[in-house]
Write a protein that binds this ligand. Structure first.
Ligand SMILES: [Zn+2]
Length: 365
């Protein structure tokens, strides 16, 4: 199989960059449909409008209620079509971004601009949308014709968001290197429809190194609502490198276990984030891989230092229900999942045992 790389058209990151949006998007079209929540509209709507007005572009606002459902997507498509919009902007966290990507795709692959207001997951740079139903269950994945044309991250805005979002983003990004490495070892096919390349593996390793080296100081910066070099480094890892890695490096057991854990009612009701589940899934993957003790110790210590959950109870699974955990393991080990990218013949029982082993070893001393 060939190696395949696909990436965003332009990636811009820096404090105050939102005000420069116009110069990066002026050639994309003339009428922009802005999909974001009322909350984010009040946070950044005026600045988006002013930046686009400076290059004589018009903005139409499309209301969004924080759920990436087919209904939300269809509503925005109808709105954008009726208003004659030729570019889509998604601003916010994962759901507004995923909705915008789906809308741009369903409107014939028109240009798509992403403005993340939090750094909680790898959605901004990934060329796909995960669509949910009202109950929060994944119903489908819409693949974009190409990755977003512009991803602009104003770190001044990221620094104003609650710290827990960045912790989640760090959790999602922490698995990037190990998942790419698993795909590299087994020759698994990535979502870019090729093998993991030297480039993807190296970028995934860079992602891991930036997180280990800078997360503590980045989180301190966010606590003070300030931007520093450490925050810039961690945002580059959690938004750019993590998204690139998910598509071109490949996913493995960490994300598959996330999908399984999401089906446990107690964890779903707890509101445990994607990044928190992925990070715990990474512990499970390291057990499945029989990773060296030193590597395990580094990852566990790091997770505990930045405040990521390392036990089932910390994920919200406080009352142990064996059937729920068996179902989660079964989902993670199903043939369409990414656990097979660690080893093709991993069974649900093995995943179940690995989850329990991770939970036990993850307990704080
Ligand atoms: Zn992820």
């Amino acid at each position: 199989m060939a190696v395949v790389l696909r990436d965003v058209g332009q990636y811009i990151q820096g404090a105050g960059e939102l005000d420069n949006l116009g110069k990066f998007v002026k050639k994309l079209g003339n009428k922009f449909l802005l999909i974001c929540s009322e909350h984010n509209k009040s946070r950044i709507g005026d600045r988006v409008e002013a930046a686009l007005a400076s290059v004589e572009k018009e903005v139409v606002y499309s209301e969004f209620y924080n759920q990436c459902t087919m209904e939300a997507i269809d509503t925005a498509v109808a709105h954008g079509t009726e208003a004659g919009c030729d570019v889509i902007i998604g601003a916010g966290g994962g759901t507004a971004i995923d909705t915008a990507k789906a809308v741009a795709t369903l409107m014939g692959g028109i240009p798509c601009v992403i403005l993340p207001t939090i750094a909680s997951n790898d959605a901004p740079c990934a060329g796909l949308s995960v669509v949910y139903n009202e109950e929060g269950v994944v119903v489908k994945v819409i693949n974009m014709l190409r990755n977003p044309d512009v991803v602009l991250v104003d770190t001044g805005i990221i620094a104003q968001a609650p710290k827990s979002y960045l912790v989640s983003g760090i959790g999602d990004a922490l698995a990037t290197y190990f998942e790419a490495r698993a795909c590299w070892r087994t020759g698994a096919r990535t979502m870019a429809r090729g093998n993991c390349s030297h480039t993807s593996l190296t970028m995934a390793k860079l992602c891991y190194d930036l997180l280990l080296g800078h997360s503590v100081k980045a989180l301190a910066a966010v606590e003070n609502k300030e931007v520093n070099e450490d925050l810039e480094n961690v945002v580059e890892a959690s938004i750019f490198l993590s998204g690139f890695g998910a598509i071109c490096g490949g996913l493995a057991a960490a994300h598959a276990v996330n999908d399984g854990l999401g089906a446990i009612p107690q964890i779903h009701a707890n509101g445990t984030s994607h990044g928190e589940k992925v990070a715990f899934g990474l512990l499970v993957q390291l057990i499945l891989e029989k990773a060296p003790q030193e590597e395990w110790d580094t990852v566990l210590r790091f997770m505990q230092t930045v405040g990521l959950p390392t036990t089932l109870a910390e994920l919200g699974f406080k009352d142990f229900v064996e059937a729920d955990l068996r179902r989660a393991a079964k989902i993670a080990a199903s043939p369409k999942e990414f656990t097979k990218n660690v080893r093709a013949d991993i069974t649900a029982d093995e995943v179940y045992d690995a989850i329990l082993a991770a939970d036990k070893a993850g307990a704080r001393q």
